[in-house]
Write a new protein. Sequence first.
Length: 368
Amino acid sequence: MAMIKTVKIRSHEKGLLFNDREFVRVLNQGVHWLVDPLLKMRVDVVSQRDPWLKHPDLDLIVKAGLPADEAIALDLQDHQRALVWIDGRFAAVLGPGLYALWTRFRKVRTEVIDARDIRFEHKDMHVIAKSTGAGEFLDTWVVEEGFAGILFRDGEYARTFGPGRYLFWKDAGKIRLQPVDMRETLLDISGQEILTADKVTLRLNAGVSYRVADARKAVCEVENYCQSLYREAQLALRAVVGGCSLDSLLGNRDALSGELEEILRGRAAGFGIQVLSLWIRDLILPGEMKDLLNKVIEAQKAAEANLIVRREETAAMRSQANTARLLENNPVLMRLREMEMLEKIAGSSELKVVLGEKGLAERLVTLL
């Protein structure tokens, strides 16, 4: 049985020498003669053209020591991650564990990162996120334009993010990024049946324009900020409208909307909502009340019309009286007035007129 072994290591290879399953050393290029009387020696030949050194006894190899100018060893703890670039291209994200890479034939660069800071920030973040295997270690969240992102870590508020793309380490805590719409929004409040101060039941439709001013409050202070705003608007409507009479509601709708807006703005600010405006869109009365109001309006309009007619008649009679006094005191003006009347009559008939000194009324007028 042969007691001497011959091993040839080429220029791009390394030999890993083991004796009785214990790592001894790394064999470089060349021919190596090994004396093995007990047949317990073995050499595993690996290529350095593959930068990844993968071996079942990697822990023994790293512990014994790899040539520092030809290899990189990484021993990552639970809170550590590593980024690997090979030949200027991103290659992999590494989780906790032991790794070794050859650097003689390939340009290898590594970066160790503390994952206890749950958010991952890097100048090459977008390239890393698209790489194969990155999804095993990183969660990607996108906050759209017009939104804010509320980050919760292990159920506790952590931070508010603006629009953008964000990466977070997995296994560093349970995370949730809740989007909140920060744009101006319209809330429709319709079909509200309210009893006024004078015991008239009416149906009211209103609208509220609002936006989220404090995203954290809107999410953390109430379960659903939209429903909370709807409820507060209902309460404000019932409180204000219920204290007004029907006439004041119909006559002062703008003032009523302003009062409601101020009340709702104060209540909504407590959970991070900015009320921009509130308006009453419709006031719907019961059928019998509509008929009654129509009769009242009809009577008012008839009275107004009658008053206008009487005023016009009075003005006309006053004008006639003034004209009569003027003609009585001025005979010449009276004769001119008579001539105007004759001119109008002559326009449609043949007229013969005999005039004397005492005027037309005392002379003969013959119409043929």
